[in-house]
Design a protein around this ligand. Structure first.
Ligand SMILES: O=c1[nH]c(=O)c2[nH]c(=O)[nH]c2[nH]1
Length: 318
């Protein structure tokens, strides 16, 4: 087929990327009889000189997505998985530095946590020996996330979590809001505040000359500060609580410059039990209806002063 010059084309290729999505990799490390699990879902997305594969079908610059999948598994075996971030950085560097046409790699990882099952004879064993060496139960709590982007010179590491469900059964109010002709919401001076936290935080580590953060410590500490701020904030709105959660992270973690939250307000409504002759008031230990939809959705980015916001506004695809 005749080669066409790009400028002669009436239709032009825009942004493009490709790779293998959702490579589920489970790595067992054996430490004698004690085993350790890393359970990841790794998505690879590459971009670079990919005009021809789209325009003419020449695959000369294409590293097959199948190869990217194999690389994920081979790296897990050859190099192990220290943390999701470290593994993603290693993969991104490999794709960009080993293949000339590939200029940018984005690695997204979800990590599922496992806990050791407690064994039944725990009482008769010394402390620490009451956990199974090779039997695990998957933790039902949050999913840890990371996204690594590398263009051959600079790095962007955005980590986070999703599906962390939290509740304050008091210390939450909501009143003083605008009231127009459609407003029916009663003011609340003692309500339940519950949400399912989706959060992303951007590290200020960006080039190989800088010392890397300790990724696992950063994750544990960031989650701890977020949860402590949720618990310790006397809330006048979920927006205020969100700000406090982000501010607590920025204040305590120097390696993080930006945090974005997407917080659904998981409404709990007092049930009307008057038809049954029952009083149902917050102060007396009430019964609530936990509504699943619609829900308020409170989203915001919290930044270190002077830093630029780079986490995408819509977290659903990140
Ligand atoms: O914390 C809240 N923020 C709102 O903006 C809002 N709006 C609403 O109806 N309930 C709440 N609660």
């Amino acid at each position: 087929m005749a080669a066409h010059s790009r400028s002669a084309r009436p239709v032009i290729l825009g942004q493009n990327q490709y790779g293998k999505a959702e490579n589920r990799v489970v790595k067992i490390t054996r430490d004698g009889a004690t085993h350790h699990i890393k359970d990841l879902n790794v998505s690879v997305s590459l971009s670079g000189d990919m005009e021809e594969v789209h325009y003419s079908g020449s695959n000369a610059n294409v590293l097959p997505t199948d190869t990217t999948k194999n690389t994920v598994y081979a790296f897990a075996k050859e190099h192990g998985i220290e943390s999701a971030e470290q593994f993603g950085i290693h993969l991104a560097r490999h794709f960009v530095t080993s293949q000339e046409p590939i200029h940018r790699a984005r690695i997204r990882i979800e990590e599922y946590a496992w806990a050791r099952i407690e064994t039944s004879d725990a009482d008769s064993r010394p402390i620490g020996a009451d956990e199974a060496k090779h039997s695990f139960v998957r933790k039902g709590q949050e999913t840890r996330l990371t996204q690594i982007t590398y263009d051959g010179s600079s790095w962007e590491v955005i980590s986070g979590l999703k599906d962390l469900v939290v509740m304050n059964s008091t210390n939450s109010e909501f009143w003083g809001y605008i009231k127009d002709k459609y407003t029916t919401l009663p003011e609340a001076h003692d309500r339940i505040l519950a949400t399912q936290v989706s959060a992303r935080w951007r590290f200020n580590w960006g080039d190989d000359d800088q010392e890397m953060p300790h990724w696992d410590t950063a994750y544990e500490q960031t989650k701890k500060h977020m949860l402590q701020a949720f618990a310790e904030t006397y809330s006048l709105s979920l927006q205020q609580t969100l700000y406090q959660m982000g501010a607590r992270i920025i204040d305590n973690r120097t390696e993080i410059d930006e945090v974005r939250f997407s917080l659904p307000n998981k409404h709990h409504f007092l049930v009307d039990l008057q038809p049954f002759g029952l009083k149902n008031a917050t102060a007396d230990g009430a019964v609530y209806y936990a509504a699943d939809r619609p829900y308020g959705l409170i989203e915001a980015t919290i930044l270190r002063d002077g830093c630029e916001a780079r986490i995408p506004v819509d977290l659903t695809n990140l």
